[in-house]
Design a protein around this ligand. Structure first.
Ligand code: NDP
Length: 421
């Protein structure tokens, strides 16, 4: 337990609606996952149905689901531990140390793809994931609760410098939600870093593939809409794992503690809500004209281009500001010694990477047609999330850079969408 010299640094500023938000979100969001999955699979797929099509208790549980989820997490843990790829250092921590992280997520992804391919060749009934989707989600939700509870309890043995600044208010509900410990590890195995990109993100594209196989089972071949959704989301996940090292400088790793917010987000929310479009398409086939498909591909390409270029530019600049690709960009000095880009992508809007991400999110929903709102859940939710995230980041940057940040905001007045927001 923390005592005396191990006292956590207590903060008073509260996010996500404070204690009320931290109490309601862990109840409300898991129910939202189950609700959205049920709506997607229901014949009308309408969010206006009353009573809502919540799954009957007998459909919530299937003994196969925990076996799949635990087996999947065990496989990903094994792949994480493989001595493949390089090892990178994270940013400097408050005690001056730097943690080491294995950069082998892409390798884990390729091994998982190989195993799934082999499984399909041997007759693995991947289409059954469609029937199993709700018990799988229930298991993932239960797992994220158990993990968060473990993380909360073990954090009381962590030294003060290992605690996140935001998740140590002393209120148990709020701290359980935000996460107390910054980088919880079991013998070098980094739990937050592992959950961030592997079981949920790779699981998401496997679920998508399962939906595609279900469509083949029902209609003999996959639709263009299903292929687009699978390919777009596969590109996104592949990109994230290929650029795994970039996650080491994100807010999630650098700033946020590991609690329910991230555990549930990584293990349940991402795999079971980001791919709703594929689940929707199994039950509600859509036809797309060649022009429509081409327009959607262009939109996704544009979004991906903005997203990748802007993220790479900032990562390169942060890693080596003298690199020829960024050395000629205009910058402003800050009191911390770090500089801020005011030209290039980061002179266009203050979060060009969010703009690209939102355009891609729209392209993932459009193959589902315009008749239903539920396949647009991701783009609506994601836009709200990024606006909120931008606001959090803005406050952190203002605290970090003070006047220099205000100068940047004057030079680049729009946050995400030029002339709109
Ligand atoms: P960002 O990559 O946007 O990083 C924000 C940080 O960049 C700031 O804190 C600041 O940190 C630095 N920065 C801001 N402005 C400048 C500037 N002008 N010049 C130099 N540095 C600057 O953070 P996120 O982690 O939010 O996003 C990363 C990517 O992940 C985005 O593409 C986002 O869309 C995506 N994302 C996807 C999610 C999903 O669920 N699909 C969820 C969240 C994010 P510092 O100065 O300290 O370096």
């Amino acid at each position: 337990m923390n005592s005396g010299k191990h006292k956590p640094h207590r903060t008073t500023e509260r996010e996500f609606g404070g204690v009320l938000g931290a109490t309601c979100i862990p109840v409300f969001l898991p129910l939202t996952v189950l609700y959205l999955l049920s709506v997607c699979r229901s014949p009308t797929a309408s969010v206006l149905q009353w009573p809502p099509p919540l799954p009957h208790a007998t459909f919530l549980w299937d003994p196969v689901a925990p076996a799949i989820v635990l087996g999947w997490v065990a496989l990903q843990s094994f792949l994480y531990l493989l001595p493949a790829g390089k090892v990178s250092e994270g940013l400097v921590l408050r005690d001056g140390s730097r943690l080491k992280y294995p950069i082998n997520g892409f390798c884990a992804f390729c091994c998982s793809a190989g195993l799934i391919g082999l499984g399909l060749w041997l007759g693995l009934p991947l289409a059954y994931l469609f029937e199993l989707i709700i018990p799988l989600a229930v298991t993932a939700i239960a797992l994220s609760y158990l993990l968060s509870l473990y993380l909360y309890v073990r954090s009381f043995w962590a030294p003060a410098h290992a605690l996140a600044l935001g998740g140590n208010t002393g209120n148990p509900l709020y701290d359980f939600f935000m996460g107390r410990e910054l980088n919880p590890r079991i013998a070098g195995f980094d739990l937050k870093y592992f959950c961030e990109l592997r079981p949920g993100l790779i699981g998401w594209v496997v679920l998508n593939l399962g939906m595609l196989m279900k469509e083949v089972e029902l209609r003999e071949s996959p639709s263009v809409a299903m292929l687009l959704v699978n390919c777009f989301q596969l590109l996104y996940v592949t990109d994230a794992l290929w650029n795994e090292e970039a996650v080491l400088t994100t807010m999630d790793i650098v700033h946020d503690g590991f609690g329910f917010m991230l555990a549930f987000g990584d293990l349940a929310w991402v795999p079971f809500t980001y791919g709703l479009q594929a689940i929707f398409l199994v039950a509600h086939p859509q036809s797309l004209s060649p022009m429509g498909a081409a327009g959607i591909i262009l939109l996704n390409g544009l979004g991906y281009y903005i997203f990748r270029k802007s993220n790479s530019q900032k990562n390169q600049f942060r890693r080596d500001p003298t690199h020829p690709s960024v050395a000629n960009l205009e910058t402003i000095a800050t009191a911390t010694g770090k500089r801020l880009l005011v030209s290039g992508w980061w002179g266009f809007v203050r979060h060009p990477n969010y703009l690209g991400d939102i355009l891609m999110a729209l392209a993932w929903s459009l193959p589902c047609g315009l008749s239903h709102i539920v396949p647009y859940f991701y783009v609506i939710y994601f836009t709200i999330l990024l606006i909120h995230r931008e606001d959090r980041d803005e406050r952190q940057c203002r605290a970090k850079y003070g006047l220099a940040w205000d100068t940047y905001c004057k030079r680049v007045p729009y946050r995400i969408i030029p002339y709109v927001y």
